[in-house]
Ligand binder design. Structure first.
Ligand SMILES: Cc1cc2nc3c(=O)[nH]c(=O)nc-3n(C[C@H](O)[C@H](O)[C@H](O)COP(=O)(O)OP(=O)(O)OC[C@H]3O[C@@H](n4cnc5c(N)ncnc54)[C@H](O)[C@@H]3O)c2cc1C
Length: 445
C-alpha cells in the first residue's frame, strides 16, 4: 500500500495525514474550503474547543505536544454564573488536572502547517469530493472555483469530511448500511467577550464559564489573546428561543434579565447575535464505518455528536491513534481485516460518547446549578480521594483517562444507581462525609 487519499482537511483529516505521513505513505488531502490560513472563512465561527486527555494522547503519539501546548489555555474548573451574577467554582479534578482550551481554526491551521512540512503530504484546497468508487478507493473532486473535475486513484481512502460526509453518503447507497441523524431542539450561536484594553481577560481565564438556565445556557472559553469565545445553546422555538428574539430590544431585554453579568462584558453582542449564523446540532450514527479494505470513515464523518462533553474532536483524534496503533501492530498487508478491527474497536465508543454527550447537556444547563448535584460531587470526590482504584467519577473517566467511552458509560450507570440511593437517605446533607455512607457505597459497588 502506497497512496492514501484523505477527504477533508479539518482537525481529524490533518492529524491523520501527519500520522500516516510518518509511516511513509504518499498522502493527498482534498479540502472543499479555501486554505483557512490564507482567508477569513471562519469569521463568526471561531469555535473554541477543549482538548482532553485522550486528545493529548493522540497528539503526543504524533509528536506534536510541545507545539500544540503553545496555543492552548489550561482550564481547571467550571465556573457557574447565577442570575444575580454570583460565581461558583467547581474544580474538574481533585488532582488539579486541566482540560485545554484552543481555537478550532488555530488548531486546524497549526496541524495543516505541520502536515505540509512532510515531503510526502500534498494539501489540495478548493477541491470538493463529488463521487467515490468505494470498491477501488477512487474519488472525483470538483474545483470549487473553476468547476473542473479531477479523478484520483489511491490504495486507501479516508472520509474525514465531517458530519455531512459525502463519503458516508456514498456508503449509504450500499446494501445494509445503517444510518441515522437526530437533530436536537437546540442550536448554537457564537458570541464574544473581548479582552480588556491591556490584553488581559475580563473573566478568570482558567475556568470554563457557564450560565446554566435549565432549558438553555451560555458558555465561555478563554482564548490566548485575552478574549473569550462564548456559545449560546438555545432552543430554536419556544418561550425562550431564537425564534422569539427578533430585534435589538428583544435581545437586550433578554440578556439583561437572564445573563446580567455577561451582557456588561459583551459590547458587540447585538452585532454578533444578528450577524453570526445559528447552527444546528445533530447526532449521526452509522455502521459499518469501513468498506472492504478500501474506505474508512473517521472523526465526525463516522460519529458526529452534540458538543456538551467537548469530546467530538478528542474522539476523532483517538480514532487516528487507534488506527495508527493497529497499523503498527498488524501492518498493512491485510487492510480489509485491519479496517474491520478499527471499526469494531471504535464503533461502540462512538455510540457511547454520543449518549454521554447528550446526558451531559442536562448536567451543564440544569443539574450543575442544583444543590443535589453539588452534594453528589462532594461525595464522589471523597470516594475518589480515598479509593482511587474503586471510584473514578464519570467526568474523570471521560476527560482524564483513556478508559474506553463504552466502559465509562456502563460504570457511570452503576454509579448513578448507587448515588440515587445515597442521595435519598435521610439527613444525607449532614452525614455525607461519614463512614456509614462510605461503607454503604462500598457495599453497593
Ligand atoms: C459548538 C461546538 C463546540 C465543540 N466543542 C468541542 C470540544 O470542546 N472538544 C472537542 O473535542 N470537540 C468539540 N466539538 C466537536 C468538534 O468540532 C468536531 O468533532 C471536530 O471538528 C471534528 O473534526 P473532523 O475533522 O472530523 O470534522 P470537521 O471539523 O467538520 O472537518 C471536516 C472537513 O471536511 C471538509 N469537507 C466536507 N465535505 C467535503 C467534501 N465533499 N470534499 C472535501 N472536503 C470536505 C470540511 O470543509 C471540513 O474542513 C465542538 C463542536 C461544536 C459545534
Amino acid at each position: 500500500m502506497k497512496n492514501i487519499t484523505i477527504v477533508g482537511g479539518g482537525l481529524v483529516g490533518s492529524l491523520l495525514a501527519i500520522f500516516l505521513a510518518k509511516k511513509g505513505y504518499n498522502i493527498n488531502v482534498y479540502e472543499r474550503r479555501p486554505d483557512l490560513r490564507k482567508t477569513n472563512i471562519l469569521a463568526g465561527r471561531s469555535i473554541n474547543l477543549v482538548i482532553s486527555h485522550r486528545g493529548w494522547n493522540a497528539i503526543q503519539a504524533a509528536g506534536l505536544e510541545e507545539e500544540i501546548k503553545k496555543i492552548t489555555v489550561p482550564v481547571y474548573a467550571r465556573i457557574t454564573h447565577d442570575v444575580h451574577g454570583n460565581q461558583t467554582k467547581h474544580p474538574y479534578s481533585i488532582e488539579n488536572k486541566a482540560i485545554w482550551s484552543v481555537s478550532r481554526g488555530g488548531l486546524n491551521a497549526k496541524l495543516l502547517d505541520i502536515a505540509e512540512k512532510f515531503p510526502n503530504v500534498s494539501l489540495h484546497f478548493n477541491y470538493k469530493c463529488t463521487d467515490v468508487d468505494l470498491d477501488h478507493a477512487y474519488a472525483t473532486f470538483e474545483h470549487t472555483e473553476n468547476g473542473k473535475n479531477i479523478d484520483v486513484a489511491a490504495d486507501l481512502l479516508f472520509g474525514a469530511d465531517g458530519a455531512y460526509s459525502l463519503v458516508r453518503q456514498k456508503m449509504m447507497q450500499k446494501d445494509r448500511f445503517n444510518f441515522s441523524i437526530e437533530y436536537i431542539e437546540h442550536g448554537y450561536k457564537e458570541l464574544v467577550i473581548p479582552a480588556n484594553i491591556d490584553g488581559t481577560h475580563q473573566l478568570d481565564k482558567n475556568g470554563l464559564h457557564i450560565w446554566p438556565r435549565r432549558e438553555f445556557m451560555l458558555m465561555a472559553l478563554a482564548n490566548t489573546d485575552g478574549s473569550f469565545t462564548c456559545t449560546l445553546f438555545f432552543p430554536y422555538e419556544g418561550e425562550h428561543s431564537f425564534d422569539k428574539i427578533k430585534n435589538e430590544n428583544d435581545l437586550i431585554h433578554f440578556f439583561k434579565e437572564v445573563f446580567p453579568d455577561a451582557i456588561d462584558l459583551m459590547p458587540t453582542l447585538v452585532h454578533d447575535f444578528f450577524e453570526n449564523k445559528t447552527s444546528s446540532l445533530a447526532i449521526v450514527r452509522c455502521s459499518p464505518w469501513v468498506h472492504k479494505g478500501k474506505v474508512a470513515l473517521i472523526g465526525d464523518a463516522a460519529h458526529a455528536i452534540v458538543p456538551f462533553y467537548g469530546e467530538g474532536m478528542n474522539c476523532g483524534f483517538e480514532d487516528c491513534f487507534v488506527f495508527n496503533s493497529l497499523l503498527e501492530k498488524i501492518g498493512d498487508t491485510d487492510m480489509e481485516s485491519l479496517l474491520m478491527d478499527y471499526h469494531q474497536l471504535r464503533k461502540p465508543n462512538g455510540d457511547a460518547i454520543a449518549e454521554l454527550s447528550l446526558r451531559n447537556f442536562i448536567e451543564m444547563r440544569h443539574l450543575v446549578a442544583e444543590p443535589s448535584f453539588m452534594l453528589r460531587k462532594k461525595i464522589e470526590d471523597k470516594m475518589q480521594e480515598k479509593y482511587p482504584n474503586k471510584w473514578l467519577p464519570l467526568y474523570s473517566q471521560v476527560k482524564f483517562s483513556n478508559i474506553p467511552y463504552h466502559e465509562a458509560l456502563s460504570t457511570s450507570k452503576k454509579h448513578d444507581e448507587i448515588m440515587e440511593k445515597i442521595l435519598t437517605l435521610e439527613s444525607i446533607e449532614e452525614k455525607w462525609n461519614s463512614t456509614e455512607i462510605e461503607n454503604k457505597i462500598l457495599n453497593m459497588l
